[in-house]
Write a protein that binds this ligand. Sequence first.
Ligand SMILES: NC(=O)c1ccc[n+]([C@@H]2O[C@H](COP(=O)([O-])OP(=O)(O)OC[C@H]3O[C@@H](n4cnc5c(N)ncnc54)[C@H](O)[C@@H]3O)[C@@H](O)[C@H]2O)c1
Length: 342
Amino acid sequence: MEQKTAALVGVGSIGITHFKHLLKRFDKIIVIDPKIDIIKKQLENYPGVDIEYKKSIYEISSGKSIALIVISNWGPDHFSVLKHFAVIGSLNFLIEKPLVDSLKEIRLIKKYQEKYNLKIYTHLPMLYAKFTQYLLDNSKIIGEPIAINVFGGAKCVATNGIHYIALANKLFKDKPEKVMAYLNSDPINPRNEKLKFYEGNASWFYPDKKQLNINFSNNSQVTLNLEILYKFSKATIHDNTFALTNINDSTRKSMLKPTSTKFPSDFLVETSAYESEFDLNETSKVYDLFDTNYSAKESEYGFSATECLITALISSKEQKLLKVPIQRFLKLKYFLRKWGIS
Ligand SMILES: NC(=O)c1ccc[n+]([C@@H]2O[C@H](COP(=O)([O-])OP(=O)(O)OC[C@H]3O[C@@H](n4cnc5c(N)ncnc54)[C@H](O)[C@@H]3O)[C@@H](O)[C@H]2O)c1
């Protein structure tokens, strides 16, 4: 019987997580990473699987018998890996964020998806998947989210921010119409010095005056806070703890209209409705999708979040409020530019 084979490109902090999931599902894993000698030592303690080691994707010339390619190297190389394997006959891909590194690559990845009939899964919306589902399932009680605020120290508006764009698109059930950003990068990306690490402010404006605001500072090492504001509730995540708090009914009745200058400082959120700790990054969910039903919607979430992020980077360069998707008068240099996001 033919072995069920997967290829894993890039075995760093997230690659090892993917490796553990692949172990459970495949008989053979082709592991590809330029640091292959270090990786070999790392993986030698995992028994029961056939592992083939390669230093470069270009050592593989046929992809037809590889059932899944997991792309977990750095963002600027994600598209060239997909391109190589699509051309040599692979059909199924799981790509880490940010999926691509430029607007041009977004257009190309969609073209390749269509031309070669590729299934592209993205790991992007899986952060907070359970929590997001809880908020969506309980929307009749909690209401509609109004604003999502994410703030903290050096967390990078690209590498972490992109998860919150995906989260906002899911919770607001829409895409932003406009973005305004002021962002700067420092050479502190722990993955590689060539990769960017963005701090600053970015705001994406959605229909019905909903908004996503991200603010990170590279000068601080404090963790990230997430607040989702509803009319009478607030959902927060801090240190892997999710809390949902409500303003109680009697207080609601006595509250002033939001137009009053006294609102809302007099009425703090009062009752604790839900508090829980859980594994925030539900990688297994993306693998379950393979076993159940694939929907192109999953990759669309990823493409859309990446496009919103790159439009924010352009807004910052141009110092302009920009429409999403970006207008046709966009300068060619921004269409071609690679942003070093990962
Ligand atoms: N979804 C998530 O929650 C999540 C979490 C962490 C990282 N990520 C994403 O996963 C990707 C990898 O992040 P990481 O933290 O694992 O980085 P990392 O630096 O820990 O690992 C990257 C690995 O890729 C290897 N590599 C570099 N160039 C390569 C190439 N051309 N071919 C094959 N391998 C190559 C490196 O040697 C390294 O081992 C990034 O794009 C990051 O944004 C996603």
